[in-house]
Design a binder for this molecule. Structure first.
Ligand code: PLP
Length: 412
């Protein structure tokens, strides 16, 4: 495999001063613009992963760059002990664009989910006076890497070695209403789920199922928390993925695309939850700084004024159609699923090698589990760029996919 910078992935690189907690590809990038990245040797790549659904407006989007540069010259940080006009404005924009009424800003997805879990417990215990603390989540979900959010995550691999885990989390299978109903008890405070399980393999929750979950929450006095960290900010062809489902959660969480790559997370809740986060109940030194929320404002302005979400929906349809036309009958491809510009291609075997071949050919994409190719282009992607990606993907799958015979245990 050609190797542009050095010949070692970080776990083997004993000279690195970093903890080897990431299995890094031997690639480093020096520049990004729009849909493209350039590595340190000047090689160009078409980016169909976007820092894992982060650089949703492409690399270095002009409006966000300009706003950040301007803010850099004015003021970076004060403290949440003071009024922060940019934070107020970003919250106002977010609440006017969504069904949420109040925002808590933080710095990452895990922190946004942590805030949601804390808010749910506080609301149930302090405001409603109930002894409710349990959060029900779903098998194969992913909610983050803090102790509470990895406990909420429905995948054992993120929990190994971190026991004892915080109490108060139950995991049930997705799309199984009986299992959820059985899990609800006197201590249940909230249900937390993703509309499309992204890290878990790009598995959408069913529409009727989600509506029934929302109804169950209402009937049982539970808060419904939707994790929109990967699906949000236009990724699925709506600003928020739950808009496809005709529901309004009590709480939803954002990060990734919220500030186009600047690290910002947000927990957004309904008005009746406001008093549960009274002064002193929760906080974050860096949450919602003037600089971070300038990036949020510029991102939201771009989404609104450039009709980005509508474009993402159209490009999502186009990408889906092209993928089905090209690959639906290929023996290595078992299923193409997802929504908008979050697509999973379930394959009949491991795809790690395909990712490396993609990098060699100049196309970046990621997996979602061992057998699923995950495509996450930026929301301003063009038809021509999609065509370019499809051509490269065809070559990669045609030439390098392990041979799978129809009718074999892995084949169709
Ligand atoms: N929730 C979902 C659905 C995610 O995809 C992720 C990250 O991949 C997280 C939470 C955690 O976000 P962060 O890595 O910013 O803490």
């Amino acid at each position: 495999m050609a190797n542009p910078i050095n010949n070692q992935q970080s776990p083997a690189n004993t000279e690195s001063a970093l903890f080897p907690s990431y299995a890094r590809y031997p690639l480093a990038f020096a520049k990004g613009k729009g849909s493209y990245l350039w590595d340190v040797n000047g090689k160009k790549y078409l980016d169909f992963m976007c820092g894992l659904a982060v650089t949703n407006l492409g690399h270095a989007p002009e409006r966000v760059t300009a706003k950040l540069k301007d803010q850099l010259d004015q003021l970076w940080h004060t403290s949440n002990l003071f009024q922060i006009p940019n934070q107020e404005k970003a919250a106002q924009m977010l609440t006017s664009m969504t069904s949420g009424d109040a925002v808590f800003f933080c710095n990452s997805g895990a922190e946004a989910n942590e805030a949601a879990i804390k808010l749910a417990r506080k609301y149930q215990q302090k405001i409603k006076g109930e002894e409710r603390y349990e959060i029900i989540t779903f098998t194969q979900s992913f909610h983050g890497r803090t102790l509470a959010t990895l406990t909420a995550t429905g995948q054992d691999k993120v929990k190994e070695g971190f026991h004892p885990l915080p109490a108060g989390f139950i995991t049930v299978p997705l799309n199984d209403l009986d299992a959820l109903q059985d899990a609800i008890g006197p201590y249940t405070a909230a249900v937390m789920l993703e509309m499309i399980q992204a890290e878990g393999g790009v598995h959408p929750a069913g529409v009727e199922y989600v509506q029934a979950v929302a109804e169950l929450c209402k009937q049982n006095g539970l808060l419904l928390i939707i994790d929109e960290i990967q699906t949000g900010m236009g990724r699925t062809g709506k600003l928020l993925a739950f808009e496809h489902y005709g529901i309004e959660p009590d709480i939803f969480t954002l990060a990734k695309g919220l500030a186009s790559g600047f690290p910002v997370g947000a927990m957004v809740g309904k008005a009746h939850l406001k008093e549960a986060f009274s002064a002193g109940s929760h906080g974050s030194t860096f949450g919602g700084t003037p600089l971070a929320t300038a990036a949020v404002i510029a991102t939201l302005e771009t989404l609104q004024e450039e009709h980005v979400v509508e474009h993402a929906a159209q490009m999502g349809d186009y990408l889906n159609q092209q993928l089905h036309d090209k690959f639906a009958d290929h023996p290595f491809v078992l299923e193409i699923r997802g929504k908008g510009l979050m697509i999973g291609i379930e394959c009949a075997g491991p795809i790690n090698e395909l990712i490396l071949v993609g990098q060699e050919k100049g196309l970046l994409f990621v997996n979602a589990g061992p057998n699923v190719i995950r495509l996450l282009p930026n929301l301003l992607i063009t038809k021509e760029e999609i065509d370019q990606a499809i051509t490269l993907l065809s070559e990669i799958i045609q030439e390098y996919a392990p041979v799978v015979t129809a009718g074999s245990p892995n084949g169709k």
